[in-house]
Ligand binder design. Structure first.
Ligand code: SF4
Ligand code: MG
Length: 314
């Protein structure tokens, strides 16, 4: 609710008062239990920062984060610990997110130790089970990350996230760094895991090609704000925001002709330090009218569950 995450710039950078990068700037949305919510936008739009702030890897600048109705946005670390166990993250880069000096068994076992979930034989059994869940073998457990392929490393990262039996996992571009041939395998595995354990996902991606398949609903971000939210199929069939339309036109679509014409985005993305006062997309929008430079469009419900922030629909 009203979530903001600002990063201060080094003092003296702008002379005088401290300036901030407004990475997430008043974002409102819900993620329902058991669903996959896709969060999409160009790199730098604030989607990873949103994800990291939601699970309190960052301090919150402003706003609330309600987890099962409890506001965790300002909890101290000790109070937060039980929530840390419920919320996990899978990172984009399986090459750098795993500790190179730890064996697979230690990487997966570490969260079990931190949360004191299992020790001794039980710990071993749990690790074996987790390896099996992600399609790795027992014999992999004493190897090091560099001995694996990218896809296998991502499986290790997923097993580590699953170790604590989380309710909610943020998948931050989990397949972007992988070979195309491996991407579908990892996505299918994430879906299998979800149906087996009833996990809720926030699935972050920079384009719309893979998210339709995995997401129930999708939110589109632009320069720190959500510009559109809709059910997955609805968003693809009836995109309302000009930015969503441009993103959709950029992906190959074998099923229909509707967005055949590629919409090229021109113009510059404004600075997140000093965003324009009206619509943040105005500098690139072919429909921009005078009101767009004056008033910030608010997210409004256009149809059942379909929200859009654009003056075209005022
Ligand atoms: Fe374009 Fe105006 Fe809509 Fe912004 S509010 S997306 S500038 S039409
Ligand atoms: Mg990112």
């Amino acid at each position: 609710k009203g979530l903001k995450k600002y990063f201060p710039l080094k003092k003296g950078f702008g002379k005088g008062k401290t300036q901030y990068v407004k990475a997430v700037d008043n974002v409102n949305f819900s993620i329902y239990r058991g669903e996959t919510f896709g969060l999409v936008g160009e790199s730098g739009c604030g989607k990873s920062t949103t994800g990291r702030t939601l699970i309190r890897l960052y301090d919150v600048t402003e706003g609330e984060i309600l987890f099962d109705g409890t506001d965790i946005s300002r909890m101290k670390e000790k109070e937060l610990l039980p929530y840390r166990k419920k919320m996990q993250m899978i990172f984009q880069d399986p090459y750098s997110s795993l500790n190179a000096r730890m064996t697979v068994s230690d990487i997966i076992g570490e969260p079990l130790d931190i949360h004191r979930l299992a020790s001794g034989k039980e710990r071993q059994e749990r690790i074996a089970q987790l390896l099996e869940n992600v399609g790795l073998k027992q014999e992999h457990s004493n190897r090091y990350p560099h001995e694996f392929s990218g896809g296998q490393r991502q499986r290790v990262g997923i097993a580590r996230a699953l170790a604590v039996n989380p309710d909610f996992i943020i998948c931050d571009e989990p397949i972007s760094a992988l070979d195309v041939s491996i991407q579908a395998q990892v996505v299918n595995m994430l879906e299998d895991i979800q149906s087996k354990y009833g996990i809720t996902y926030l699935f972050i991606a920079h384009d719309l090609s893979m998210v339709r398949h995995i997401s129930d609903r999708i939110g589109v971000m632009y320069l720190g704000q959500l510009v559109e939210i809709a059910e997955s199929d609805e968003l693809y069939e009836n995109p309302l925001h000009p930015y969503t339309q441009a993103l959709l036109s950029a992906i190959p679509n074998p099923y229909k002709d509707k967005h055949k014409e590629r919409i090229m985005l021109e113009g510059e993305v404004p600075s997140p330090i000093d965003p324009p006062k009206g619509c943040r997309f105005a500098s690139r929008c072919k429909y921009a009218k005078s009101v767009c430079n004056e008033a910030e469009p608010q997210l409004k419900e256009m149809g059942s569950g379909h929200f859009c922030a654009c003056h075209l629909y005022d």
